[in-house]
Each structure stands twice: as structure tokens, then as C-alpha cells.
Write a protein that binds this ligand. Structure first.
Ligand SMILES: Cc1cc2nc3c(=O)[nH]c(=O)nc-3n(C[C@H](O)[C@H](O)[C@H](O)COP(=O)(O)OP(=O)(O)OC[C@H]3O[C@@H](n4cnc5c(N)ncnc54)[C@H](O)[C@@H]3O)c2cc1C
Length: 524
């Protein structure tokens, strides 16, 4: 992973000339390219942990698994949101952990938590490091120091129960590796978020991730049937049956807890058979309104496809445009439909009937194949855009179908109000019988301090989402960036419940302080 940007450096993408032209003509971006700081140029605070504490960490996990090198610390500094990358590009390493610790077992995690609670060291569980909501930045005040607890050594598939169709994994397995290990058994998770190449199973569970095939396979939290949580107060083993009427489901309390309640050290996941065939194709609708009605009908009447996403007019135009058509054409709105598995012909025919009935025009396999081919490549353009003086960032929310138009308008208006004339694109990214998620991509010329510029816009959007009755996150999570809006969504009693859980599991408040819950009394 590129330490100050996204992805495999070998796949880094230059800005195509047509995008440079678009930036210049449509958005007025004229700045010369600015290179990112080199690793040596980043300003890094000295290691704050005393030798005594470092020795205790070494005793818990072995000397080769406690790293304090500049490179290790930088590679575990923040996540991969645009503000995270902008800060790193500007040479700001102020949020770096003091040390990176790599435990090799549940027991080592438990021992590290004991040491850190005793020494008042803040602990940031670290999976793939792809958080986009500030989930990897701990509040330092009141703590001896901060460690990143990298779960990368917990990377095994422990067992497969083919009869129950469940697999037991350690949390540090990255998504491609999980698919590779399951493929040997003819199985798949079917979880393909855009961060697929780097994110881990533990991170998916901790942040309630959702993949591009969620219409068919469900969200990641639908896949978790059991888990183990190491906490400073002991271990929770949850999930002894697929469903249970034995009281509230504590698994749901751990899912989405973003390292603030404990460290997930194992996951039992529902798996599916690998499909023999996959088919992706495009459909065109006159307008976003018409397309929304169609995907709603499909989500409600079924049978559900595997992939279903609808781009609004702007996203369709930018995504489909030939350079000579940009800004000019009436491209309508694009739906990507994906079906796979058994009865594929029947599923496809049923979906096609619903889409046709709502005015959809089939575009054939080409748009679907283009989408499939490029589904993980878009984030690679972000680094070049940032270097070229354009801020590009994504944000998402979800709401009930009846409220979706209001939510869509509210987010767009907030972005226009805060940024002037940005390019705002949106797609319906995940559908349910009762509602859907809206996923926005924003491109705007950098003005002044680009981090502050984006933070002001994000604040306006968060307020608009709360006001318009949407949820502050459908799949990115809460972190620090959504914490206050999440508190507004929950209300004071809800926040109090979260705080009580945190106090019971983490009395010293060492786990990811400042993330998810406003602030632990154990912290500051
Ligand atoms: C380019 C890009 C595209 C993305 N696309 C999607 C997408 O399509 N769908 C989607 O859902 N998300 C997406 N994300 C967001 C991100 O990938 C998800 O939030 C993912 O779940 C994070 O996994 P991770 O392993 O990288 O976790 P990290 O970023 O390392 O951690 C995320 C949070 O979980 C905590 N955590 C991690 N592991 C554990 C553990 N074992 N126990 C307890 N807490 C833990 C961390 O402390 C942190 O708070 C995208 C991000 C990027 C940068």
C-alpha cells in the first residue's frame, strides 16, 4: 500500500488528458501539480512511550513484533480519507502512533490490553488501515502514548464447516486472501467493497462494511454469525446459533464498535457456494427519479439481483462521457445490474421484466463489463487529482425510499452551499426492500487550506443528513469524523448506553479513545 496515498504503487494512474481538460474547463482548476512529501520530509513526533512500557510490550509479543521505525509509524498513521491523504502529502505526521505492535494470538492481544490498561496507553486496532472516517486516530491527551495494534499476523482461515456453510477466520485476513482461501473449498464470502484489495475481515466487522454485491450477498454484518472480542475486562464469545431468542443480540453491539469496545480476534462467517456464472449489464433510464422507482421495484418485488446500482445524471455523464460529449449529452441514468448463481436465466429475465416495466432500456453487457473491469480502480485516480489541485472525496448515507429524494437534495445543497460550484455525483449503491444508500462523489478546486475547506463542507453535509432524517453512515462507519452527528442521531440516552458499555468493557478508556463514543471518562 502506498504510504501517503491509495493502493499498489505499481497501479498508480496518471490523470488522463480529458480529465485535466474537464478540471480546467468545468471547475477552473489551474494549479500546477504539487508533489507529495517524501517519507523523510514528514514531521513525526518523537516516540513518547517510556522504555519500561516498550519493554512490557516486547515481553507480551516478542521484540520483532514491536516496531518504532519511522516507516512503520508512518504506515500506521490515520486511514485513507481525503483529509488523511492531504495531511500526509503536506508532511503532517502528528497523529503517528508511538509504536506498532503485532500480536500473534488472542492471548497476546489480551495480554497487550492488560499492559496498556495498566500503563494508560491508548490502543488503536489496525486492520487494513482503509478507514475513511478517522477511525484510526486516537485522542492522546491523558495517555502515556498510543500504539497501533496491527492484526496482520492473525491471518488464518481456521476451519470450514461445509455442512453449516460457515468459516472461522482470524481478523487480519485481507479480503482477496479470504476469497482465495475459500475458493479452495468452492466457496465465497461475496464481499467486494471498493477497498477490497487491502481491507481486512476484522475491519469489515468493526465498521459494518457493505460490498458492491450486497443486494445478493448482504452486508458484512449479515455474514457474521459468531465472533470473539478481547477486552481489557475479559473475553466475550458470541454466537452459538445462527439466530437466538435468548435476549438482545450482543453480536450487534460489537459489529460497528470500531475498536472502541474491544479487539475482534476471530470471526465465524456465513459463506456461499461460488457461482458458476456471473452476468453484468447496463440499463438506461430517462432520469434519476425513474431509475429510482425501477430499482425500488426490483428490491421490493425481487428476485434480488446480486449487484444493483443506479447513477444519477451527472455521474452517468462523467462516467460514460467521451471527451466531446462531456457536458453536452443527454445520457440519462445508468443502472448496473448483476446476476449470478443458479437459475441465472430465470433471475435475469425476472429482473429485466421489472426494469423494462419501469421504462428501462437495455444497453447490453458492455457497460456491465466496463464497470466490473474498473470496479477497484477509481481510488487510484485520487492521488493524481489531489496533486493536480482538485479535492475529491466520497460520502454516503441511507434512508427509507419515501425520504430518499429529500436526502439527495439536502446533501447536494449542502455541498453546493459550502463549496461553491463543485462537481457532485451520486449513485444508489445498496438497495433494500425498505430503502437504499446514496453514495456521493465530490470534486472541487482546492482553495486555501484544502483540509479545512473539506472539513467545513463535511460539517454542513453532516448537519444536512441529520436534519433530513438520514443516517450519518450506511457503511463507512462513525470514527471521529461522524461522532458528533452519530450522537445527534442517537440522542443523549443512546449515547449514555454506549458509554455505559464502553465503561464496563474498557474501564480505563484505552480503546480507540475519541472514536465512536464522545469521550470516555477513563480517557480525559
Ligand atoms: C478507496 C476506498 C474505498 C472504500 N470502499 C468501501 C466500500 O465499498 N464499502 C465499505 O463498506 N467501505 C469502504 N471503504 C471503507 C473501509 O474500507 C471500510 O471501512 C473497511 O471496513 C475497513 O477495513 P480495514 O481492515 O481497513 O479496517 P481499518 O481501517 O484498519 O479499521 C477500521 C476501524 O475498525 C477498527 N478495527 C479494525 N480491525 C479491528 C478488529 N480486529 N477489532 C476491533 N476493531 C478493529 C479500527 O480501529 C478502526 O476504527 C473504502 C475505503 C477506501 C479508502
Amino acid at each position: 500500500m502506498l504510504w501517503c496515498g491509495w493502493g499498489d504503487p505499481a497501479k498508480a494512474r496518471e490523470l488522463p488528458e480529458q480529465i485535466r481538460t474537464l478540471l480546467h474547463d468545468l471547475l477552473g482548476v489551474r494549479a500546477p501539480d504539487t508533489p507529495a512529501a517524501t517519507m523523510d520530509e514528514v514531521r513525526l513526533p518523537p516516540v513518547a512511550l517510556p522504555e519500561r512500557v516498550l519493554a512490557a510490550l516486547v515481553a507480551a509479543t516478542g521484540p520483532e513484533h514491536v516496531l518504532t521505525s519511522r516507516e512503520a509509524r508512518l504506515r500506521h498513521t490515520r486511514g485513507k480519507s481525503t483529509p488523511d491523504l492531504l495531511r500526509m502529502r503536506a508532511g503532517d505526521g502528528s497523529d503517528a502512533p508511538d509504536a506498532v505492535v503485532l500480536p500473534g494470538s488472542h492471548d497476546e492481544v489480551a495480554e497487550l490490553l492488560r499492559v496498556c490498561a495498566a500503563e494508560r496507553v491508548a490502543v488503536v486496532p489496525f486492520g487494513g488501515g482503509t478507514s475513511v472516517v478517522g477511525g484510526l486516530v486516537a485522542a492522546r491527551a491523558g495517555f502515556t502514548g498510543v500504539i497501533a495494534l496491527d492484526l496482520g499476523r492473525l491471518d488464518r482461515l481456521r476451519s470450514v464447516d461445509a455442512e453449516s456453510m460457515v468459516a472461522d477466520f482470524e481478523p487480519g485476513v485481507r479480503a482477496p486472501e479470504a476469497e482465495r482461501l475459500l475458493a479452495a473449498h468452492g466457496l465465497t464470502l461475496g464481499h467486494f467493497p471498493q477497498s477490497f484489495e487491502y481491507a481486512t475481515l476484522g475491519g469489515f466487522a468493526a465498521a459494518r462494511s457493505s460490498g458492491q454485491a450486497s443486494a445478493g450477498y448482504g452486508r458484512f454484518d449479515d455474514m457474521v454469525v459468531g465472533l470473539t472480542l478481547a477486552t481489557p475486562s475479559g473475553t466475550l464469545e458470541l454466537g452459538r446459533a445462527p439466530k437466538s431468542a435468548a435476549g438482545p443480540d450482543l453480536r450487534q453491539l460489537v459489529l460497528g464498535s470500531e475498536g472502541a469496545f474491544g479487539v475482534i480476534t476471530s470471526l465465524r462467517l456465513r459463506v456461499r457456494r461460488q457461482p458458476a456464472e456471473r452476468r453484468y449489464e447496463g440499463w438506461r433510464f430517462e432520469s434519476f427519479r425513474a431509475g429510482t422507482a425501477a430499482v425500488r421495484a426490483l428490491a421490493q418485488e425481487g428476485p434480488p439481483p446480486t449487484v444493483l446500482r443506479l447513477s444519477d445524471e451527472t455521474e452517468t455523464m462523467i462516467g460514460l462521457a467521451r471527451p466531446d460529449a462531456i457536458g453536452g449529452g443527454d445520457s440519462g441514468c445508468l443502472v448496473i445490474l448483476g446476476v449470478e448463481g443458479d437459475w441465472i436465466g430465470h433471475r435475469h429475465a425476472a429482473a429485466a421484466t421489472v426494469l423494462s416495466r419501469h421504462g428501462g432500456e437495455p444497453l447490453g453487457p458492455e457497460p456491465g463489463q466496463a464497470w466490473e473491469h474498473g470496479r477497484f480502480s477509481a481510488p487510484y485516480l485520487r492521488d493524481s487529482l489531489l496533486g493536480a489541485g482538485a479535492t475529491v472525496e466520497t460520502l454516503e448515507t441511507a434512508g427509507f425510499w419515501s425520504n430518499l429524494p429529500r436526502l439527495y437534495d439536502a446533501v447536494r445543497l449542502a455541498l453546493l452551499g459550502a463549496l461553491g460550484s463543485p462537481l457532485v455525483m451520486c449513485h444508489v449503491s445498496h438497495v433494500y426492500e425498505t430503502g437504499a444508500s446514496l453514495y456521493f462523489t465530490v470534486v472541487t478546486p482546492q482553495k486555501g487550506d484544502p483540509v479545512q475547506q473539506w472539513e467545513r463542507a463535511k460539517e454542513a453535509v453532516n448537519a444536512a443528513i441529520v436534519e433530513a432524517g438520514g443516517t450519518i453512515s450506511h457503511h463507512h462507519g462513525v470514527g471521529r469524523d461522524h461522532r458528533d452527528a452519530y450522537a445527534a442521531e442517537l440522542g443523549p440516552l443512546g449515547v449514555g448506553v454506549l458509554q455505559a458499555v464502553k465503561d464496563r468493557l474498557d474501564p480505563a478508556g484505552i480503546l480507540n479513545p475519541g472514536v465512536l463514543v464522545p469521550q470516555s471518562p477513563g480517557g480525559i
